[in-house]
Design a protein around this ligand. Sequence first.
Ligand SMILES: Nc1ncnc2c1ncn2[C@@H]1O[C@H](COP(=O)(O)OP(=O)(O)OP(=O)(O)O)[C@@H](O)[C@H]1O
Ligand SMILES: [Mg+2]
Length: 362
Amino acid sequence: MKKIIRPHAEQAFAHELEALSRFDKKDKPANWKLSPWAVLNYILGTSLEDGTVITPKYIGDKKIVEIAIASLLSDRALLLIGIPGTAKSWLSEHLAAAISNDSTLLVQGTSGIGEDSLRYGWNYAQLIAHGPSKQALVAGPVMKAMLEGKLVRIEELTRIPTEIQDAMITILSEKIIPIGELNEEIQAIQGFNVIATANDRDKGIYPLSSALQRRFNTVNMPLPESIEDEVRIVHDRVIQLGQQMHVSMDLLKDSLTKKLVLIFRELREGYSIDKKQKIKASQAGLSPAEAISILHHARIHHHYFSDKSFGPADIVPGLFQSIVRQDADEKTILQEYTETVIKKRSEFKDWYEVLHTYFKEK
Ligand SMILES: Nc1ncnc2c1ncn2[C@@H]1O[C@H](COP(=O)(O)OP(=O)(O)OP(=O)(O)O)[C@@H](O)[C@H]1O
Ligand SMILES: [Mg+2]
């Protein structure tokens, strides 16, 4: 059987959504597939009476998820904002899967995007043959969501130029899309709402006008507060990605994930974990998503090309690349950290050796 590379959340977790729906006795808002209670449990994870385990999708503050769900019930849209790799897209996909059972209505924000992508386009063959008509109209994801009472996701809202973003104002405040050419309008049916994500760190972003800002409830997505949470996020996701490969990879030791996450946190925060030593902080965006990606790639590489046991030698090249990718000066930050912090720690002896040699060769 042919396997899909990346199933949508509602496909990958269909059994969980179905089990939750069976036990869901609470009120469902119009056109929601699950009640807010069940959506919260789908995102945070739980065990159901029949023993079905609902895996946690978002690990962190329950309040954040509650606020996000409540926003989608109000007349405002939801904006998840934060630095890269803090699960903005991930949470929005799972919210759309749980609420609408459809996470595919998606607009990817780019600087070259036109208003058409946010509203509607035309089938030119039809347009030329019959002139502007309903048949010639091609609904975009936002219009489809309005017609079907579903959630639509707008990824990277702040990459869309401000004057194009403003097309969202009528959609969000009046819940309509006017079709000037037909002298008609499309009205949203209940259940429709928007989840947008935006990155506040990247270069080349367009600010949101205050008119648009007022139409969103903004939720700031934090980096994981505790090291335990961060290790869990990274470890669980790497194991999951490994399982999707359908090859039997070496066991990933918890202790290894923990060490990489510790390095990430210290470099990010500019302090050793015990807060006793100041370190030059890295600006390289060392998020859980980055750690996940490093470890997953390291495991694949190791599986196919190495016969030693999986360890720092497999991970360091990815770590190095993540740090120097955006700014070559970051290399000295990692080198200094290696020589002043890692070197002193007996439990990091193997990491030190690999890092030290790596710098000598680079
Ligand atoms: N708190 C968290 N709980 C669960 N998973 C998390 C958490 N933080 C990060 N992740 C993981 O990070 C990965 C990437 O996150 P995602 O792509 O959603 O980031 P993003 O915030 O949209 O980043 P970008 O700004 O680059 O688009 C996901 O695989 C997700 O599992
Ligand atoms: Mg994203």
